[in-house]
Design a protein around this ligand. Structure first.
Ligand SMILES: [Zn+2]
Length: 261
C-alpha cells in the first residue's frame, strides 16, 4: 500500500458518517425534497447550504471494513465567482464540485485554499489545476504534499508561525499550531461567523481523535484552544468528518485532545 493511501485511510478512521439532511447532489437537483433520502455514494458529491452564500461539499470514500467515510469542505459564493476550501477525496469528485459551482451557482471557482496535506483535503488538486484554478496551501503543506503522494498547491501561504492569521480573498486563514497534523490550518469567515476547523476539530461530541499518525498530541488541545480564542464570535464550526455544530464542537476537541487525558 502506498504511503499516501494509508494516510488517507487512517486519517478518517473512527469518523462517524451521519446522514446529511438538506443536501442535494448534482445528479438530483430537480428532486431537492428527495435528496436527503439518497444513499451516500463515492460517485456523488453532496452540497448543503450552511448560510447565505455558503455551501458545504461532502464526498465519500469507501474504506473497508468501515464503509463510506465522509469528508467536508466549503464553497463561498462571491460576486461573480466562488472560493473553495479543500478538495474532495479525488479528482473526479472535485470535478463535480467545480461543475456544480459553475452550473448551479453560476459562480465558477476562482481560487482554493487547502487545510493540510492529506488526501481528503488535497486529493483533488489535479482537477483544480486542470481548470486553471489558483490553489493555495501553507508552505508547510506544500512541502509535505509530494512526500504524501499529493500534488502541492500552486501558491504558498506563509503561515508557519503559531497564531498567525492572514487575509485570503476576504477570509481569515490561521495557523493554530500542530494538532491533527503539523501543517493544519483553519479558515474563518467574519460575515457568516463560520470557522472551518478541518481535521483539527473533531465532529460533535466525538471521544476519538481519529487518525493521529501525523499528529502533534502534545499541542493539539492548545491548537484547538487557539482557534476558539482567535474567533470568539464563531457560531458555526465545521469539522472535516461530521456534521457542523456550534462552539461546543471546539470545546469538545479542546477537552478530548488534552494531553492530560
Ligand atoms: Zn488529515
Amino acid at each position: 500500500m502506498k504511503n499516501f493511501t494509508k494516510v488517507a485511510i487512517i486519517c478518517i478512521l473512527l469518523a462517524p458518517t451521519p446522514a446529511l439532511t438538506e443536501s442535494r447532489s448534482i445528479e438530483s437537483k430537480a428532486l431537492v425534497e428527495d435528496t436527503s433520502k439518497a444513499e451516500p455514494s463515492e460517485d456523488k458529491v453532496e452540497f448543503t447550504n450552511l448560510s447565505a452564500d455558503l455551501w458545504m461539499h461532502t464526498s465519500y470514500k469507501n474504506v473497508e471494513p468501515w464503509g463510506l467515510i465522509l469528508t467536508n469542505g466549503l464553497i463561498f459564493e462571491r460576486e461573480d465567482h466562488s472560493l473553495l476550501v479543500d478538495t474532495a477525496w479525488n479528482d473526479d469528485q472535485t470535478a463535480q464540485i467545480i461543475n456544480w459551482a459553475s452550473e448551479e451557482l453560476g459562480k465558477p471557482i476562482k481560487a482554493s485554499v487547502h487545510t493540510h496535506a492529506h488526501s481528503d483535503k488535497m486529493g483533488g488538486m489535479g482537477a483544480l489545476h486542470a481548470k486553471g484554478i489558483e490553489t493555495y496551501a501553507s508552505s508547510m503543506s506544500n512541502e509535505f504534499a509530494p512526500k504524501r503522494g499529493l500534488l502541492p498547491a500552486k501558491n504558498n501561504l506563509n503561515l508557519d508561525t503559531i497564531a498567525k492569521q492572514i487575509d485570503w480573498h476576504g477570509l481569515r486563514v490561521m495557523y493554530p499550531g500542530g494538532g491533527h497534523t503539523q501543517d493544519n490550518i483553519v479558515v474563518y469567515d467574519e460575515l457568516s461567523r463560520v470557522v472551518f476547523g478541518g481535521c483539527l476539530i473533531r465532529p460533535g461530541n466525538s471521544r476519538s481523535l481519529g487518525f493521529n499518525g501525523d499528529a502533534d498530541l502534545e499541542y493539539w488541545s492548545q491548537a484547538a484552544n487557539n482557534v476558539a480564542t482567535a474567533f470568539p464570535k464563531a457560531k458555526i464550526v465545521v469539522p472535516s468528518h461530521g456534521k457542523p455544530g456550534g462552539p461546543e464542537v471546539l470545546t469538545n476537541t479542546i477537552e478530548i485532545a488534552s494531553p492530560a487525558k
